[in-house]
Design a protein around this ligand. Structure first.
Ligand code: PMP
Length: 285
């Protein structure tokens, strides 16, 4: 099946799917995006992703050039045209092209791009045995500088932290906030389990409010697992019984080591397994 890429209401072959080099999305990272999953031909929590996209756009003063109803329709059409049963969607809204120079008000043609493709998953071994994390020295963007709640095209903050992780042999890295508290990982939210209770950093810690994070919080509450969204430090992870990450791409993935210290007994814990199972059932409903 050959791919087709959606740009502004039209479909193009990948080699013809092009936007201007003057687009401020490319020149300055001026734009917003979403990463979504398709399970059984259906986009998981599409409306939540579109609302987050709309809020990200609003936060950077970018008026979406398309209604959310139309975007819903066009996203589903892109999935259908690409015959994706299980896959990944990247949705991008750029500021559009304009003269060289930061001024966003000179850009009048925001580009709406939707790519639906297969997903490259982390190797199964990470899900079975858990992954290892290292704390990055690069801290998460200060919310007063660039709010981590905005899923912007400027991901350099996370990329710099990811580089540190990869150089230390870890596929994910832990990012702290400007107060030294745990924020999130470079592309995933983080949870710990201690004495049967689940905790994840609050939005105010300077994180992206993950759609998967919200789904897992709901599942935990439904399962009667006490759940909090409270600030935490690395120490809380060092002494936790279990730790796992959540994200649209990663889903629920156990983390069994941080900075060379085993978390709990260093194995994937029962609460992580339970929530992972519940999440897998939820996405296939
Ligand atoms: N934090 C960051 C920085 C991310 O990039 C992502 C992935 N979009 C997440 C958390 C997880 O969010 P979601 O569950 O909505 O994919």
């Amino acid at each position: 099946m050959s791919r087709v890429i959606y740009i502004n209401g039209e479909f193009f072959a990948p080699e013809d799917a092009k936007i201007s080099v003057y687009d401020h999305g490319l020149l300055y990272g001026d734009g917003v995006f979403e990463g979504l999953r398709v399970y059984n031909h259906k986009v998981f929590r599409l409306q939540e992703h579109l609302l987050r996209l709309e809020e990200s756009a609003r936060a950077i003063g970018l008026a979406l050039p398309i209604s959310l109803e139309q975007l819903t329709e066009d996203t589903n059409a892109t999935v259908a045209k690409n015959e994706i049963s299980d896959g990944y969607i990247r949705m991008i809204i750029t500021r559009g092209s304009g003269p060289l120079g930061l001024d966003p008000f000179t850009c009048s043609n925001p580009q709406v791009i939707i790519i639906a493709d297969k997903i490259t998953l982390y190797p199964d071994s990470y899900y079975e045995n858990g992954l290892e994390l290292v704390t990055a020295s690069t801290i998460r963007n200060h919310p007063a500088a660039l709010s981590p709640r905005i899923k912007s095209l400027n991901y350099l903050n996370n990329i710099l932290a990811k580089m540190e992780g990869l150089k230390a042999g870890c596929i994910e890295a832990l990012m702290l906030n400007h107060k030294g508290e745990v924020a999130e990982c470079t592309g995933d939210n983080i949870f710990i389990v201690k004495n049967g209770k689940l905790n994840t950093p609050p939005i105010e810690a300077g994180i992206l409010e993950g759609i998967t994070r919200n789904a897992v919080l709901e599942l935990a509450r439904e399962a009667g697992i006490p759940t909090t969204e409270a600030p935490m430090t690395r120490h809380d992870i060092y002494i936790a019984d279990e730790c796992f990450l959540t994200g649209s791409a990663a889903e629920v993935i156990p983390a069994v080591k941080l900075d060379g210290r085993a978390i709990g007994d260093g194995n994937v814990g029962p609460v992580t397994q339970q929530l992972n199972q519940a999440f897998r059932e939820l996405v296939r409903q």
